[in-house]
Design a protein around this ligand. Sequence first.
Ligand code: 5GP
Length: 129
Amino acid sequence: MNIFEKIVAGEIPCNKVHENESYLAFHDISPKAPIHILAIPKKCYTSFQDVPPSVMAGLTSFIQEVAHKVGLDQSGYRIISNIGQDGGQEVPHLHFHILGGGRLSWGDFREHGAMHSHSPKEDDNKKSL
Ligand code: 5GP
């Protein structure tokens, strides 16, 4: 079981924000913004790449409810889902980061050594970006 499955099963505690039959939202243990919540389907899909559209439809409504519940719907917020190795995903259970509570910065993902290509050919392409 991955760590989020253990949270769903109640084996690991979480600071719960919102829940229904199919989805759970809880505060991230290591917040990257004043408000940093994770929204997950209770059933495990490895990432966004594997989730059926019907589950995403429910998750969309659920995230909107979470944003409303914590007061981010008016001020604005950001949702991020990291996918796989290059996406920087650490927990192999689909989750959306809900970030807000202040003006969020935005970066250039080509900087800070953030891009490591898989092949020299890709590196050539990226140099011309
Ligand atoms: P990823 O890098 O996979 O997109 O994000 C995983 C997130 O899960 C990270 O932001 C990390 O802080 C959070 N996280 C990892 N383990 C736990 C945990 O046991 N509890 C909670 N609440 N968050 C966790």
